[in-house]
Design a protein around this ligand. Structure first.
Ligand code: XMP
Length: 427
């Protein structure tokens, strides 16, 4: 293995992710594992130079204070115990010094955590886990699944089969990009499933947003299951689980961490073992990994996009004409933001199309057509958001393009509402 590791054992501290990041910022790789790691599990972890027992207020579970077992205390690996509850807080400087001295003096860890080393270690671990067997991946084209695909292609090539389900709710050019990058440039086994009609038929006449979400999610799983049944001899399912997914499903008790199951909500009874090579990476590290693996910037740095896709931006019951209008207007917005230096600056920007027509003038005649709403927001955690101050002349230019180029749209509105009172999406 190329990199040293400091292992953080979860004794119920909410500060584990922060601690992991602090040590990674020193150039040393970290992983967080449950407190009750067994001797075999510990032995299987490569390059462990030190162990930090990070306790906190949640250390007591069901009236019992949890602690690491003999596997840890008897391992001979240097240990540092940090206990948050009740102890007087250390100053930031003292804390940093204590950590540094533990990592570099006591453990003699080397600052060799970088993406190239991470990738070569993961390649080795994936090969070891998978052997000569076959792996299946649902490849949406989002950052996480794309990076997993690229990493697995590097590790096991054609032993990986990617399934891309086009549900008709992706942005303009996205399904084509998935095929181009993975099938043509990376030479992957890629099954492209055109499920557009199937999804749109299921969604026909459904206007309640939560029902729409549910239909899209359930149908996705069905299509994926059908495809996976057609394949033979698959033992592993790869998933783009990343560290924040695990944090969100609960780090407070060790149990919650262990019982975590990702992400696209794929059912457990598919009978596969999981391969989750990004599960210890934060989002910025996932992007760096994707870049190091040669994925295009437009894939690696793409803005957040909801799982149900344009389905929740074509408001109310989805119709094909409005779906096309929202896709085309979104493409124009993205093109203009890119041209005007806003692409990397604004956190999320898109168009939505309400089920609303208004009268306008087209070719000298009065005509009832749709309107499109532009949304452009900035946020840190998506819990609150502010509206980007988009230059007025750019908004006018985008309006002119959308009303000229997008069929059936005669008005463009700009959403000035922060979150709260609005949400980022319209439904
Ligand atoms: P809201 O609209 O709740 O959105 O302010 C916050 C962030 O979450 C995204 N979002 C979703 N992502 N499935 C997803 O994967 C969904 O159903 C969904 N709804 C909203 C939204 O795009 C924003 O980034």
């Amino acid at each position: 293995m190329k990199q040293d590791m400091i292992l953080i054992l979860d004794l119920g501290s909410e500060a584990n992710p922060r601690l992991a990041r602090e040590i990674r910022a020193m150039g040393v790789y970290t992983e967080i594992h449950p407190h009750d790691i067994s001797a075999e599990e510990l032995e299987a972890l490569p390059g462990v130079k030190g162990i930090i027992l990070n306790g906190g207020p949640n250390r007591v579970v069901d009236g019992v204070e949890i602690d690491a077992g003999p596997a840890v205390y008897g391992s001979g690996i240097p240990l540092l115990c940090i206990e948050h509850s009740g102890a007087p807080a250390l100053s930031e400087d003292t804390r940093e010094q204590t950590l540094r001295s533990f990592v570099f003096d006591t453990c003699r860890a080397e600052a060799n955590w970088n993406m190239d080393n991470f990738i070569s270690d993961q390649v080795e671990l994936i090969r070891r886990q998978v052997g000569t067997k076959k792996v299946l991946l649902a490849l949406s084209g989002g950052v996480d699944s794309s990076v997993v695909a690229a990493l697995l292609i590097r590790a096991i090539g054609k032993q990986l089969t990617c399934v891309h389900v086009n549900h008709g709710l992706l942005r303009k050019g996205e399904p084509e990009q998935v095929v181009q990058v993975f099938r043509h440039e990376m030479d992957a086994n890629l099954i492209y499933v055109d499920a557009v009609d199937r999804f749109l038929n299921k969604l026909s006449g459904v206007s309640d947003p939560e029902r729409k979400r549910k239909i899209i999610g359930t149908e996705f799983i069905r299509v994926f299951e059908e495809e996976s049944r057609k394949l033979e001899g698959i033992d592993f399912l790869a998933q783009g689980t990343i560290y924040p997914d695990i944090i969100e499903s609960g780090t407070k008790t060790v149990k919650a961490v262990k019982s975590h199951h990702n992400v696209g909500g794929l059912p457990e009874d598919l009978g596969f073992q999981l391969v989750e090579p990004l599960k210890m990476l934060f989002k910025d590290e996932v992007r760096a990994c994707g870049k190091a693996l040669g994925l295009p910037d437009s894939m690696v740095y793409r803005q957040p996009f909801p799982g149900p896709g344009l389905g929740v931006r074509c408001l109310g019951a989805i119709t094909r004409d409005r779906l096309e209008a929202v896709r085309e207007s979104d493409a124009i917005l993205r093109e203009e933001f890119a041209k005007n230096g806003l692409e990397g600056k604004v956190w999320q920007y898109f168009t939505a199309i309400p089920d609303l027509k208004s009268v306008g003038v087209r070719d000298g005649r009065r005509a009832d057509e749709w309107c499109v709403i532009i949304r452009a927001v900035n946020t840190v955690d998506a819990m609150t958001a502010t509206v980007e101050n988009v230059p007025f002349d750019l908004l006018q230019h985008i309006t002119a393009r959308i009303t000229a180029e997008v069929q059936g749209v005669n008005r463009v509105l700009f959403d000035l509402t922060p979150k709260p009172s609005g949400t980022i999406e319209w439904e």
